[in-house]
Design a protein around this ligand. Structure first.
Ligand code: SF4
Length: 348
């Protein structure tokens, strides 16, 4: 059951509990390099990225946003630290959201200018607190980096925006520590009903970071917490999106692909199951069907274990059985198994 949160839009993409959980990422090109940045966003769109965030370190980058925005389809969020002029320019350039912590801008009048422009343009602001950037005051008050200092730090920024009657707020409280991240989001979700952007910050390289992010993000989503996710990997943002989409699919929050169930193989396996699974996955990748396909190593347990699958195969010695809803419909030689299975999937 999803936690109830406020609903609004980044461009044409909804955020909040009435909308599906979205996957976002951040470009790692130099934002000033318009061509490279647009080309990376296009690749991200192809793998299903819903929202993209761009670093805006200086005015040249802020000025590039308008040109980038015109060439891409997904909403753009400008990631800005400290400098209110960059935020104003980004808004002028047509971005669909800001990531900025109002407490770091200093002068309230400058914050007000940003808030007023965001109100006029209907642009949400994400407040993003990371374990590495908590204010000294909160570190001292709460005894270091912990759930209380993270949440209180976020709430200080929230109060600045609320005082200006701004409510299109998205929040994140990310740590590299999974437990601290989960507890911080749990606490935050009890205090506010703003949409939550969830993720484990700096989670590492592709393999380790995928596992860490899946545990952290997955645990929160399983509790109904989280409205948009970002997998943070040292590497390509394309991989971040692929992992993010797969986290949603694994939790049944996204049904845009065929789900493949395959057995781990054991001493009973007499066919090249790993190769079959990988080839079938490649051949059906483009198919937009909401079905389950089971690929099991043996006929002893295969069809029975995979009864809930719509279709599948159970390997034998040099052959395989094709079954539908647990009932065998065909016996096929191993070298024809993949093609026959794919043909049957196409019919569904
Ligand atoms: S389905 Fe058969 S081959 Fe696969 S793990 Fe189970 S018993 Fe082993």
């Amino acid at each position: 059951m999803r936690n109830k949160t406020k609903n609004f839009y980044y461009g044409n993409v909804g955020i909040g509990s009435d909308f599906p959980v979205t996957v976002q990422s951040m470009t790692n090109t130099d934002t000033r390099d318009i061509k490279e940045t647009v080309s990376q966003i296009k690749l991200l769109e192809e793998v299903g990225c819903d929202i993209i965030r761009l670093a805006v370190p200086d005015m040249e980058a802020a000025l590039a946003l308008e040109k980038i925005k015109k060439q891409v389809n997904i909403p753009i969020i400008a990631d800005i630290h400290f400098d209110y002029k960059l935020a104003l320019q980004a808004i002028e350039g047509g971005v669909n959201g800001l990531r900025i912590n109002p407490g770091n801008i200093g002068d309230k009048q400058r914050v007000k200018e940003i808030v007023n422009r965001c109100k006029e343009k209907d642009i949400p602001i994400r407040i993003g607190v990371n374990s590495g950037s908590i204010k000294k005051e909160f570190l001292e008050k709460y005894g270091g980096v912990n759930v209380n200092s993270m949440v209180e730090s976020a709430m200080e920024h929230v109060r600045i925006l609320e005082e200006m009657n701004f409510k299109k707020i998205v929040l994140s409280v990310k740590s590299t520590d999974i437990h601290m991240t989960i507890e911080s989001y749990e606490k935050l979700s009890q205090i506010v009903d703003y949409p939550l952007h969830i993720g484990i910050t700096e989670s590492g390289s592709l393999w380790k970071g995928t596992i860490k992010s899946s545990i952290g993000i997955g645990s929160l989503l399983a509790k109904g917490i989280g409205d948009t996710i970002r997998v943070s990997l040292t590497g390509s943002p394309i991989e971040e999106v692929k992992v993010g989409k797969q986290i949603l699919r694994s939790l049944g929050l996204l049904n845009d692909r065929i789900e493949v169930i395959s057995c781990p193989t054991c001493g009973r396996t007499r066919i090249a199951l790993e190769k079959i699974v990988s080839e079938v996955e490649q051949k059906i990748e483009h198919m937009n069907k909401s079905i389950k396909v089971a690929i099991m190593g043996c006929e002893v347990n295969g069809p029975g274990e995979a009864k809930e699958a719509d279709i599948g195969i159970a390997g034998g010695n040099g052959l395989g059985l094709i079954f539908k809803k647990g009932k065998v419909i065909k016996k096929v030689e191993e070298n024809k198994l993949i093609d026959e299975l794919v043909k049957e999937i196409e019919k569904l």
